[in-house]
Design a protein around this ligand. Structure first.
Ligand code: HEC
Length: 123
C-alpha cells in the first residue's frame, strides 16, 4: 500500500462513520441553542423553562420549585430518549395545552443530533 492509499482509506473511514452515526453530538450542541434561551442543563437552575439536568429518567413536571402547567403535570410522561424525541417534534400534540412556547423541531436528523448531545453530556 502506498502512503496515499492508506491516507484515503483512513479519511473515508472517518467520514463514513460520521455520516452513518445515529446522531452527531457536535451538531446537537448547536441545536440546543434553540432550547438554551429557556432551559439550563445545570441542576437546580430553572429559567423560563425547567432545568433539563437529569431529564432522562425523570417524570414530566417533577421539579419541585418550577411552576408547570397543569397539562404538563398531568401528562404522566416519563422522559426517555423516545418520549423526549416525540415531545420535541410536536410539543402541543404530545402534551396538549402545555405552556412551552416552542413549535417543534421538525427534522428527525436534528432531533437525533440533539439527543446525542444530551446523552453525551450525561443528561
Ligand atoms: C421559549 C422558551 C422555551 C423554549 C425555546 C424551549 N422550552 Fe422546553 N419548556 C419551556 C417551558 C415554559 C416548559 C414548561 C411547560 C409546562 O409546564 O407546560 C418547558 C418544558 C420542557 C420539558 C419538560 C421538562 C420537565 O421537567 O418535565 C422538556 C423535556 C423541554 N421543555 C425540552 C425542551 C427542548 C429540548 C427545547 C429545545 C428544542 C425546548 N424545550 C425549548 C420553555 C421552553
Amino acid at each position: 500500500m502506498t502512503k496515499f492509499s492508506i491516507l484515503t482509506t483512513c479519511l473515508f473511514g472517518a467520514l463514513s462513520t460520521a455520516a452513518f452515526a445515529e446522531g452527531d453530538a457536535a451538531r446537537g450542541e448547536k441545536k440546543f441553542e434553540d432550547c438554551a434561551a429557556c432551559h439550563s442543563l445545570e441542576k437546580g437552575v430553572n429559567n423560563v423553562g425547567p432545568s433539563l439536568s437529569g431529564v432522562f429518567g425523570r417524570k414530566a413536571g417533577e421539579i419541585e420549585d418550577f411552576r408547570y402547567s397543569p397539562a404538563m403535570k398531568r401528562s404522566g410522561i416519563a422522559w426517555s430518549p423516545q418520549t423526549f424525541e416525540a415531545f420535541i417534534a410536536e410539543p402541543q400534540k404530545i402534551v396538549p395545552a402545555n405552556r412551552m412556547p416552542y413549535a417543534g423541531m421538525t427534522e428527525a436528523a436534528d432531533r437525533a443530533d440533539l439527543l446525542a448531545y444530551l446523552q453525551k453530556t450525561g443528561k
